[in-house]
Design a protein around this ligand. Sequence first.
Ligand SMILES: C[S@@+](CC[C@H](N)C(=O)[O-])C[C@H]1O[C@@H](n2cnc3c(N)ncnc32)[C@H](O)[C@@H]1O
Length: 358
Amino acid sequence: MTAELQNISATTSERFAETIAGIINQGAVAVSLSLGHRTGLFDTMARMAPAGSLEIATAADLAERYVREWLAVMVTGGIVDYDPATSRYHLPEAHAACLTRGAALGNLAVYAQHVALMGEIQDRTVACFETGEGTEYGEYPCFHQIMAEDSGQTVAEALFDHILPLAPGIEARLAQGIEVLDAGCGRGLALIEMAKRYPESRFTGYDLCGDAIDWARAAVRRLGLDNVTFEARDLTGYAEPGRFDFVTSFDAIHDQKDPEGLIRGLKASLKPGGTYLVQDIGGSARLENNLNFPMASFLYAISLTHCTPVSIGQGGEGLGTMWGWETCEAILRGAGFVEVDRHVLPHDPMNVWFVARS
Ligand SMILES: C[S@@+](CC[C@H](N)C(=O)[O-])C[C@H]1O[C@@H](n2cnc3c(N)ncnc32)[C@H](O)[C@@H]1O
């Protein structure tokens, strides 16, 4: 190798090393964003004028030493402003707009929790690499809480303005009174929102995980709803022919044991002319098409550490989070749905929506 080539490759390596250092640095900020969300520090700071670490810690009812160290991550990460002259910290309004509960732009700190969870499950993931085995939902602390916060923003909050209007005529039918199933409902926030809005309709939610179902049932009791039922149920081999008018699934197909079998079962569970509304991750089945897909690395990492192993853990093939909208569409058509319309909502470019008629 000539000296010139050696110089070029040294420069290229140095630049790449800087990129890697930046990625590691940002990864640490991401985990700390999760801490800021879980401790309520972003919400507390959003309500405060510039303040010292003790004042912030007192307002959040947290230990000052930890809050001060977290603030240092936030300041060096460009999240929080700091005035060295007064030792005061401030969360700018523009930053609070995507980091707080109920934030105008949606709370992105909710998604940072997935990054923290990836670290928490790492020993288990290494074992999966070595053995090829899968995992169980119970091995992911707080998964259903994080998932409910995640889909609470992308699905439950957008249900009436953006999502149900994708299925022509469904709102009128819900108002009249129909039978609705949500498959893989998790904590059931979307179903509960529909049950509150449409008292004439009856809603059923099934999910594999008893802890998520217990949470949903407690919420139903609290709200005094009598038109929604939740049941812990493994949807592998699911069959309830001709029972429902409207079936939904929100991000709940690709990590099943048998996604194709479940979609066939859901098709059979619909009455003639019934509607299936399915949301799943909107990436392509082909890696090369996802290079510019929003947060593609994040989604593949969730796939690696969660969606793929939980499917394999159920004895499934592990299609993964980025199984691809093409795969979903092909399975819907293969299951015999007569109309299959694909949508991407402007507020949510990560997900794809299909409206399919039986
Ligand atoms: C990514 S979560 C989505 C949960 C919920 N739909 C939401 O949007 O918050 C996927 C859900 O599918 C459920 N699930 C996975 N395999 C299942 C199976 N075999 N039977 C029933 N539910 C299953 C999981 O328990 C989990 O709640």
